[in-house]
Design a protein around this ligand. Structure first.
Ligand code: NAD
Length: 291
């Protein structure tokens, strides 16, 4: 199946990056969000991020202009009806994602492929609520999308080979590398990464270290490019908590219990960089640890 037009639902941290790479690769992109502010910010960010690539000589000014021309935005989900491929990248909550697919279905072409960028939610369960479980799969980009090389492709139990091949061809055209994961909670990357981040929050909660010592220890002692708490802020603490809950519920093992301190930060609305405060406070010139 030849994919030309991609509909992206959710214009947050991930949606804007997905729109950026798809438009640069030559796809027509329609981006939807429930918030006009999110759409405006996403467009401004895409412009800024591609401009950075232009200044580094990685993208020509002409390709930038063409890519921006290929992106349109809309508050109406129905405007995504003519897409060949849908990539859903809205908030990590199953009810939100289910409602989006339910609202989209009556407007789609029968051959449109549905995918979700979910970090953890069952692809099989999301697919089972649609009219096309065989044309549904997980399309999991990493953050920041323009920089990170990997895309996890996750087949639901019913996903057919034609759908997988079409999505794999998109990953190839984006110049990225696909890894296939089975549809179990949090797939591969987050199954391994999130318990480590959660353990870092426990280490903070129990007073073994503070924000600075924990992040420095993992950067200098384990050669991680970012400390786990810095990374949690980058991902979004609400997303981290949602993934831990999916692991805990889905695998029924107490080793995945979310740290109460992570829950507390989310309850406070301190969600990390996107709200200017998380394990660090980003409102000043330099990030300041909050504990
Ligand atoms: P975000 O909070 O930055 O953005 C979510 C966006 O979805 C917001 O702009 C919000 O307005 C919009 N939204 C909410 N309900 C909607 C609806 N009904 N219709 C349309 N738009 C709606 O979140 P994010 O970090 O971009 O994460 C989005 C998805 O990507 C989640 O499923 C998350 O698990 C996944 N993901 C996140 C990361 C990461 O590092 N943050 C990495 C890989 C995958």
């Amino acid at each position: 199946m030849d994919i030309q037009k991609i509909g992206i639902v959710g214009a947050g941290q991930m949606g804007n990056g997905i729109a950026h790479v798809c438009a640069l690769a030559g796809y027509d992109v329609v981006m939807n969000d429930v918030s006009q502010d999110s759409l405006d910010k996403a467009l401004a960010l895409i412009d800024r991020n591609i401009e950075r690539q232009v200044s580094r000589g990685k993208v020509s000014a002409e390709d930038k202009a063409d890519a921006l021309d290929r992106i349109s935005t809309t508050l109406r989900l129905t405007d995504l009806g003519s897409s060949d491929l849908i990539i859903e990248a809205a908030t990590e909550r199953e009810t939100v994602k289910q409602a989006i697919f339910e609202d989209l279905l009556p407007h789609l072409k029968p051959e449109t492929i549905l995918t979700s960028n979910t970090s953890s939610i069952s692809i099989t369960r999301l697919a089972s609520r649609t009219d096309r479980p065989e044309k549904f799969m997980g399309f999991h980009f990493m953050n920041p999308v323009p920089v990170m090389q990997l895309v996890e492709l996750i087949r639901g139990i019913a996903t057919d080979e034609e759908t997988f091949a079409a999505c794999k061809a998109v990953v190839d055209k984006l110049g990225k590398t696909a890894a296939t994961a089975e549809d179990f909670p949090a797939f591969i990357v987050n199954r391994i990464l999130m318990p480590m981040i959660n353990e870092a929050v426990y280490t903070l909660y129990e007073g073994v270290g503070n924000v600075k010592s924990i992040d420095e220890s993992m950067k200098l002692g384990a050669n991680h490019p970012m400390g786990p708490l810095e990374l949690a802020d980058f991902i979004g603490l609400d997303t981290c908590l949602a993934i831990m809950n999916v692991l805990h519920d889905g695998l029924a093992d107490t080793k995945y219990r979310p740290c109460p301190l992570l829950t507390k930060y989310v309850e406070a609305g301190w969600l990390g960089r996107k709200t200017q405060r998380g394990f660090y406070d980003y409102r000043g010139e330099v990030p300041v640890p909050t504990r």
